[in-house]
Design a protein around this ligand. Sequence first.
Ligand SMILES: Nc1ncnc2c1ncn2[C@@H]1O[C@H](COP(=O)(O)OP(=O)(O)OP(=O)(O)O)[C@@H](O)[C@H]1O
Ligand SMILES: [Mg+2]
Length: 279
Amino acid sequence: MEAVSSLQGGSLAPSGATAKARFIEVTKRFGTDANSVQALESISLDIAEGAFVCLVGPSGCGKSTLLNILAGFETSTTGETLMDGVPVRGPDARRGVVFQQGALFTWMSVRDNVAFGPIATGKSAAEAGRIADRFLEMVGLSGFAKRYPYELSGGMQQRVGIARALANDPEILLMDEPFAALDAQTRELLQEEIKTIWQSTRKTILWITHSIEEALFLATDIVVMSARPGRIKARLRPDFALSKDPAIVASAEFVRMKAEIFTLLREESLAAQRQESER
Ligand SMILES: Nc1ncnc2c1ncn2[C@@H]1O[C@H](COP(=O)(O)OP(=O)(O)OP(=O)(O)O)[C@@H](O)[C@H]1O
Ligand SMILES: [Mg+2]
């Protein structure tokens, strides 16, 4: 494990590593009047190709804002955001986004939801159907291809969302608290599933979570953000992402890192609470 606390607003990933995505001194201010909010302050962060980066930080610290800037849904106020060295100017199919919940087409079957992206990019219906079947199998939903989203549980809908994002064969997956609405047991099972998918596809992933355990279980890099305006407080590199053993969460190193991140986050959550009450 390596904690790179000196990253605050500053340097980037190890030299030589290929950055799939890169934030260079990104700031974001919402609004211009007295009520404007400085959401992000000088974020510099490299996301290496194949990395699984988890962003953690108190509510309102700018995590979604940062993810949305890379998605191309938001623009930064200053600074630059790059993918493969090219500035992000808007949404792009090479970046797949999975939201916290919903976002499925309610009027389409599960299979059609997943096939939608491939068809939109010019695949034939038959080819798109095969792609959909492959990814539905990957998320364990082959038996539900003909059902409609309302017939599925929340966890199953989330799996369809993930299959749909993967079916577009994005180079980066951007996931904003994708499991937040799920019960603890479903969440743990899906964490194992997403880990297996990441291990087999090695997609670059940027993942937001409030769960320290989830971050430790999944991530190759954990980026701890400060209370608003969001800055990078620490970057840790756990090595549990390659493990296939769910019992890893009980290991001494896991428990130690959990306590370390808890302390880092608690300071920031208290600061965020003070901010909120002063507003
Ligand atoms: N479109 C917007 N207009 C104005 N302010 C915004 C907008 N989007 C976000 N903000 C503000 O920017 C700050 C960061 O919001 P953001 O949603 O990025 O936080 P977050 O870290 O994702 O929080 P959470 O953990 O609660 O999801 C907040 O103070 C929020 O009120
Ligand atoms: Mg958010």
